[in-house]
Design a protein around this ligand. Structure first.
Ligand SMILES: Nc1nc2c(c(=O)[nH]1)N[C@H]1C(S)=C(S)[C@@H](COP(=O)(O)O)O[C@H]1N2
Ligand SMILES: [Mo]
Length: 420
């Protein structure tokens, strides 16, 4: 006497009537989806550029990502012009990532009934599709969460942020491309003016509540609300990338809104004290050692000051998205320091080491195009004053277009042209 009646979904979210919002439907999902299609594409491209900006293939110090294999590709050497390039690309990456959060959440809200669709697995292809959506949604949440935690300096990751965000990006983008390939035609149809109602059996019709509550907001109103949320985030974030006066509007910026007065009054990433830089490391006993071509020269600070000094107006642009306006640096050209060890014509790459003991940013390798640029300095002064200890006294690197992390502070050794 077995019953042939298939069991319906259990009470709760697996039942379509459970979902009552009259706003859900193909149009709303398509609008958010199309915004994300554009936004995520920009995030992916600027993210790849951010990776390339580290000159990852140049040296292990620049990119410690394990087993990156083919994914560690990059197509070009990071340029030094325009000198604000990283300020722009990374400012866009971080600001856009934050601004898209309301859109991402709204998109997920619009499709949440599908998460509980019954039966959980209908067929093999349905299972594959659901698995790909797991990678898509999981990947998106992972990338947004790790990115935001990093720009908020909240390092709770089990490992390096770079490694996690890098591999997460490839998983996410793979699932994203598949998702877009399958859903883009439907999304475009859903936003076409004068579109027909979804045909019966159309899976996207599952988004429409069979028992809608009375609307308190139109669908356009919902889009406007999400847009307003993104707009507010833009207003309280972008100031950290624009810098200068606008820093005051960046109330979400973790370094604070006021970097203090005077020539050294611009944003500091890590203070000397926080990294354990001792006064004895950068006191009168400090020396700059220049190595390369089998030669070695050691200079005191006074000897460095006696070399020809040049000025460059360049910003600091951090991977965390904040940047400064142009600061006026003054110091010795990297190319002329290479000349001290006989490598003045066509200077090669250089390994820059600081007095800092350990830590990922204690050293970096700059590519030959960065060494050769006449604006690249070992800076001793900024905005007319001696560097403050927090900005890298007695000497720091400043290179046009480079990510902040390659502008090593408290430099003590330069090694030109050695294999790294
Ligand atoms: N030795 C050393 N140099 C360093 C760092 C560091 O941690 N140690 N931080 C880098 C990073 S991530 C940035 S963004 C810039 C910030 O420079 P600022 O603090 O002078 O603005 O310094 C770079 N130079
Ligand atoms: Mo940075």
């Amino acid at each position: 006497m077995s019953s042939a009646v298939p069991a319906g979904p259990p009470p709760g979210p697996a039942r379509p009537e459970f979902w009552r919002s009259p706003l859900r439907g193909p149009w709303l999902t398509a609008v958010f989806g199309l915004i994300l299609l554009f936004g995520v594409t920009v995030l992916f491209v600027t993210g790849l550029l951010s990776y390339a900006a580290y000159n990852p293939a140049l040296a292990r110090t620049n990119d410690e990502t394990p087993d990156k294999g083919l994914l560690g590709f990059y197509l070009f050497s990071w340029p030094t012009s325009p000198y604000w390039i990283y300020r722009l690309t990374q400012g866009i990456h971080v600001t856009l990532g934050i601004v898209l959060v309301p859109v991402l959440l709204a998109k997920l809200w619009s499709v949440i009934p599908l998460l509980f669709s019954w039966p959980p697995v209908r067929s093999f292809s349905h299972a594959v599709e659901r698995l790909s959506l797991l990678l898509l949604v999981g990947g998106a949440l992972f990338e947004f969460a790790t990115g935001i935690l990093n720009v908020q300096l909240h390092y709770i990751f089990p490992g390096s942020f770079y490694t996690l965000h890098f591999y997460g990006a490839w998983v996410f983008i793979g699932a994203f491309v598949v998702h877009v390939a399958f859903r883009l035609p439907r999304a475009l149809r859903a936003v076409r003016p004068g579109r027909a109602l979804p045909a019966a059996g159309d899976r996207s019709a599952a988004l429409v509540s069979p028992r809608p509550a009375v609307p308190t907001l139109s669908r356009r109103g919902a889009v406007a609300l999400v847009g307003a949320g993104s707009g507010v985030l833009l207003l309280v974030t972008a100031g950290q990338s624009v810098g200068g006066w606008f820093r005051r509007t960046a109330v979400l910026a973790p370094h604070g809104q006021d970097p203090g007065p005077g020539p050294n009054g611009f944003q500091i990433n890590k203070t000397a004290a926080s990294l354990g830089i001792r006064t004895s490391d950068i006191g009168p006993g400090w020396r700059l050692t220049v190595l390369g071509g089998g030669r070695r020269t050691v200079l005191t600070l006074d000897e460095l000051r006696a070399l020809p000094q040049y000025e460059s107006a360049l910003p600091i642009a951090c991977v965390e998205g904040w940047s400064t306006t142009d600061q006026l640096w003054r110091g010795v050209r990297l190319a002329e320091l290479a000349a001290l060890v006989g490598l003045g014509t066509d200077p090669p790459h250089v390994l820059v080491e600081s007095v800092q003991r350990g830590g990922a940013f204690a050293s970096a390798v700059l590519r030959d195009n960065q060494v050769r640029d006449r604006r690249s300095l070992l800076a001793l002064r900024v905005n007319g004053a001696v560097l403050s200890p927090d900005h890298g006294y007695p000497a720091r690197i400043i290179v046009p277009g480079a990510p902040g992390v390659h502008n090593t502070k408290w430099v003590t050794r330069l090694t030109f042209g050695e294999p790294v």
